[in-house]
Design a protein around this ligand. Structure first.
Ligand code: KG4
Ligand code: ZN
Length: 344
């Protein structure tokens, strides 16, 4: 089965062609093209929704054409179309959704509306050329899903494909959002996450201590907005040289990672799961990956950890096509609408 996946929920325009084989647990990427309006947003220090939507209009057709060209296919040869219908920015979402609907109508193809957050988790079902990042390459259910991105920090229980229960999430800022805001306070480029990770490599974790909010609460919720205030307090009373930026970066990163790892592993144990599937831009962070590995090993948990390779952690069309392949529920194109506040 050949699926064209279209992603346009925020500032990335993605189109991919994936091949799903009926007996396989994984899908193969034939092409995965991403155009990003990030350079534009780094100038303004954050995303201006209207600008993001304008860029989506510019990129959507060239990106789809490029994905088809790279896969050496044309639209007639595609079996179905998967498109992100939420959550995200309404202006950005609309571009992908309306384009997908138009293609479905003209070429008479089934269209599968797909939840962006579930897409992030299904990036783990994409076959890799290089060695898969996991302790065991076979994903088994039940699984805990952790979405850590710029807009979301959510824990979900996945009993099988199509059966998802939300366990908890952030009460205020998402993990990526907190990193981006603190990055700005530290004078780093946008988005802050990867720059904080880089600065943290030379940091001393003992100089500053930041709290990991809700770390001991019995729910599966998170809260990261207090961290920004705590960082601001330290920044305003410290001489901010390169070393101070590095020292604050490492402690902020640690405070976020500690609570994420602790709550995810508690959810995994309470629900007796076989796998943990992580997705979203923050999953690209090496310290997060290492902490998960270390804690799973120290606690001698018999749980397989899956994290997509770096380029599949951030927004892309392949993850949307993969989610659609395993949750194949086509809908009448006339009934599909962009839904910015879509949840689980
Ligand atoms: O999943 P994503 O591309 O978009 C959303 O759906 O939000 O995630 C973007 C977020 C940004 O907040 C960015 O700072 C963060 O992912 N991010 C990182 C890293 N790379 C991207 N955070 C920490 N470490 C990284 N290496
Ligand atoms: Zn995303």
């Amino acid at each position: 089965m050949l699926i064209l996946g279209i992603e346009s929920s925020c500032d990335e325009t993605g189109a991919a062609i994936i091949l799903g084989k009926s007996k396989s647990q994984e899908v193969r990427i034939l092409s995965n093209i991403v155009a990003s309006s990030l350079p534009l947003h780094s100038k303004s220090g954050g995303i201006i929704p209207e600008n993001a939507a304008r860029e989506q209009i510019k990129f959507i057709i060239p990106v789809i054409n490029e994905a088809l060209k790279k896969a050496k296919l044309n639209l007639k040869e595609i079996d179905s179309i998967a498109v992100t219908h939420g959550p995200g920015l309404i202006g950005s979402l609309l571009i992908g959704v309306e384009t997908a609907k138009t293609i479905a109508y003209i070429y008479n193809k089934p269209i599968i509306p797909t939840n962006h957050l579930i897409g992030h988790i299904y990036a783990n079902f994409i076959e890799l050329d290089a060695k898969r990042y996991s302790l065991n390459s076979n994903i088994k259910f039940p699984a805990i899903g952790l979405i850590v991105s710029g807009g979301h920090t959510d824990l979900i229980l996945i009993k099988k494909h199509g059966s998802i229960t939300w366990l908890g999430g952030t009460r205020d800022d998402a993990a990526g959002e907190a990193l981006d805001k603190i990055g700005r306070l530290l004078g780093l480029s946008y988005p802050g996450g990867p720059y904080i990770e880089k600065a943290a490599q030379d940091g001393n974790p003992k100089r500053f201590k930041f709290p990991s909010p809700l770390i001991n609460s019995q729910d599966f919720d998170f809260s990261f907005s207090g961290l920004k205030t705590a960082a601001l307090r330290e920044i305003s009373k410290t001489k901010m040289d390169k070393q101070a930026v590095a020292d604050i970066s490492i402690s902020v990163q640690k405070a976020i990672i500690d609570v994420i790892v602790k709550k995810t592993l508690r959810a995994a144990r309470e629900h007796n799961v076989k796998s943990i599937l992580i997705g979203g831009g923050v999953a690209a962070n090496q310290m997060l990956r290492k902490e998960f590995e270390l804690k799973i090993e120290n606690l001698e948990l018999k749980i397989s950890l899956f994290i997509p390779e770096k380029r599949l952690c951030t927004d892309n069309g392949a993850m949307i096509a993969a989610a659609a392949y395993f949750n194949n529920k086509p809908q009448d194109w006339q009934k599909i609408e962009a839904n910015p506040s879509l949840y689980f």
